[in-house]
Design a protein around this ligand. Structure first.
Ligand code: ADP
Ligand code: MG
Length: 340
């Protein structure tokens, strides 16, 4: 049995005249110990789902079960879940250790015991030695670790994280992604993680639920989401869509329908036998360091993005390719049909 079972969950905001269906019929099973990510653009309903699991928002309809028990209408403080927000929400006047102990204090845990548990949590987030600092004396990344420790110390079955790394700069963010994933493995707590960043979702998750307009478009393992997107929304949101459709599909693939080919599967020049071939002109060249991205306008009218590893060419060499003719090719096995 899944740890969390969400059935037909719905929530609207506003008046009958201007109603926003924030969550529009969500079914979701979350397994114990899983790192599940809710991924989608801003306004797609991710936070509202999380807030309903936490108990900060009441659903219009549907149900949420935790460990087989219906918690749909249970107050937030009676749920075995904890939430970590992007803005940390630490108590500014309390030092780090008091911030972490706070939840245990409220529960009536005795002083020496809660100190002991808080120190363990502080060590788990690798902040031993920082117990007497105030939040204002910490960096953004350190504050986020304290917020994590404060949630972990309660040993919840489920930790809900709403864009927790959103305020951090890219480098720190990438480092925290790895640490957070390691921490989750180590403590074994189920994480429900919200992000609008597809790369972050692909890096960290056991499974990803892709949201659009209050609905789950696809739920699957990261590689499956990336390589076998169910529809053009998922293909587009979780990467570069590279959709071949209509007359281009007929001309290049000899079949009708809508197909996607990932940029890293497309080769410039060097056609091997048995491969698909499409001619066009290189319109844009983007040097990314380890790789170069090419935007190629095909003779059939559509444009495809191709990604090439920079194993030998320098940036000067690739820039010279702008506005030159090229031939794209890929294995037929790299084509994947998506719903329109
Ligand atoms: P996400 O987290 O994916 O960005 P949200 O769940 O925050 O999306 O929001 C989904 C939709 O519901 C948006 O259109 C948002 O404006 C609306 N919404 C969310 N919360 C409220 C609220 N308290 N009052 C009115 N509209 C809301
Ligand atoms: Mg949100």
């Amino acid at each position: 049995m899944a740890l969390i079972q969400i059935r037909s969950l719905a929530k609207s905001f506003g008046t009958s005249k201007s109603l926003v269906k924030a969550v529009d019929g969500v079914d979701l099973d979350i397994q114990a110990g899983e790192f599940l990510t809710l991924l989608g653009p801003s306004g797609s309903g991710k936070t509202t789902v999380l807030r309903m699991i936490a108990g900060f928002e009441t659903p219009d309809s549907g149900s949420i079960l935790l460990n087989g028990k219906d918690i749909t209408n249970l107050p937030a403080y009676e749920r075995d879940v904890n939430t970590v927000f992007q803005d940390y929400a630490l108590f500014p006047h309390m030092d780090v250790i008091s911030n972490i102990e706070y939840g245990l204090k409220v529960k009536g845990v005795e002083k020496s015991e809660r100190r002991k548990q808080a120190l363990v949590a502080l060590e788990q987030v690798r902040l031993s030695g920082y117990e007497n600092r105030k939040p204002s004396q910490l960096s953004g990344g350190q504050r986020q670790r304290v917020a994590l420790a404060r949630a972990l110390v309660n040993r919840p079955s489920v930790l809900l994280l709403d864009e927790p790394l959103g305020a951090l700069d890219l480098k720190l963010r990438q480092q925290m992604q790895i640490e957070l994933k390691q921490l989750q493995r180590q403590v074994g707590i189920t994480f429900v993680f919200v992000t609008h960043d597809q790369e972050e979702a692909l890096t960290m998750s056991d499974r990803i639920a892709v949201f659009d307009r209050g609905k789950i478009q696809q739920i699957d393992k990261p590689a499956a989401i990336y390589e076998r997107p169910k529809n053009s929304f998922v293909a587009d949101f979780v990467g570069v869509s590279n959709l071949i459709t209509g007359s281009s599909a007929t001309a290049i693939l000899g079949k009708s329908g809508t197909y996607t080919v990932r940029p890293e599967r497309i080769t410039l020049g060097n056609v091997a036998s048995g491969q698909r071939v499409a001619n066009g002109v290189i319109k844009e060249v983007e040097y990314l360091g380890p790789a170069t991205r090419f935007l190629v306008e095909l003779d059939t009218g559509i444009s495809l993005v191709a990604l090439r590893q920079n194993t030998s060419q320098s940036s000067v060499d690739v820039e010279a390719l702008r506005n030159t003719k090229t031939t794209l090719s890929w294995d037929i096995s790299s084509e994947y049909e998506v719903a329109g």
